[in-house]
Design a protein around this ligand. Structure first.
Ligand code: SF4
Length: 261
């Protein structure tokens, strides 16, 4: 029996147990807890099917993460990395953010978008009325691009490295099935689509990847370097396009963020 079948069997067993509890009072169960349980509405079919879908996606992502963790398609990166940086977030997310590659912080922690750029991305997500755990976050490249010995900092991934790694991202997207993809930065956009235009020419326009609407916008690290209200407003306008497409409410206050007085 596969791990998914085992988990599904456990879920079904737990639902059976719940039904049994509602019918009889086994030893050790208090009258109060039974009364509380009886007042709890039974799980809806849609809830069960959502739970099954989440379990299935989590199991598929775990299997893919395992495969990625030992990948050596780019031997120089495999030798250099502390660990692979697979992706994080809600396996049922409607919105997926895609960056270019892990940097030093991500390589150390094993999670994408940590450090100052990651904190800014989290702020953007919260400003949209969401939580970081609501979305899925991944990079095109799962290993930190190598750097000459003794040097600090990060380098952008090479096109060949992104080509080697893209099938993993494709698979992540196929499992999570987000409704919208956001490419963070020109390099991520080039890795996804091969587009070579500047970000100022691409942002604010919808593209497509694997049949899913894709919106490019500036990488948060760009905003850390050019944090004027005018640049923040551009990213925010892009995020409002995303919110509109997802059917998220946008308040008057949100519409006014970073607008010049
Ligand atoms: S970057 Fe991707 S393809 Fe290259 S070694 Fe790492 S996981 Fe494998």
């Amino acid at each position: 029996m596969s791990s998914l079948q085992q988990t599904t069997a456990l879920l079904e067993q737990s639902l059976r147990t719940r039904r049994d509890l509602l019918g009889a009072a086994p030893t050790g169960v208090t009258r109060e807890s039974l009364d509380r349980l009886k007042k709890t509405p039974p799980p809806q079919k849609s809830e069960i099917s959502n739970l099954k879908s989440e379990i299935s996606r989590t199991a598929q992502l775990a299997a893919l993460r395992e495969a990625v963790s030992t990948c050596r398609k780019c031997p120089h990166l495999a030798d250099f990395r502390t660990q692979t940086v697979f992706g994080t977030g809600n396996p049922n997310a409607d919105l997926m953010f895609v960056g270019e590659a892990p940097g030093a912080d991500e390589d150390k922690r094993g999670e994408p978008f940590v450090g100052p750029a990651g904190e800014l991305l989290t702020k953007i997500i919260v400003a949209m009325g969401l939580k970081r755990e609501d979305v899925y976050i991944a990079n095109v490249l799962k290993c930190r691009p190598d750097m000459p010995k003794g040097s600090t900092g990060n380098r952008p991934p090479a096109p060949q490295e992104m080509e080697n790694c893209l099938p993993y991202l494709r698979e992540q997207i196929a499992i999570v099935q987000p409704h919208i993809l956001v490419a963070l930065g020109k390099v991520a956009m080039a890795g996804l689509t091969g587009a070579e235009e500047s970000m100022s020419a691409m942002r604010g326009r919808w593209f497509e990847f694997a049949g899913i609407p894709l919106l490019p916008t500036y990488h948060p690290s760009y905003l850390l370097r050019n944090g004027t209200n005018a640049e923040k407003r551009k990213v925010w306008e892009d995020m409002m396009l995303v919110m509109e497409k997802l059917g998220l409410p946008i308040s008057a206050k949100q519409r006014g963020y970073f607008q010049e007085k």
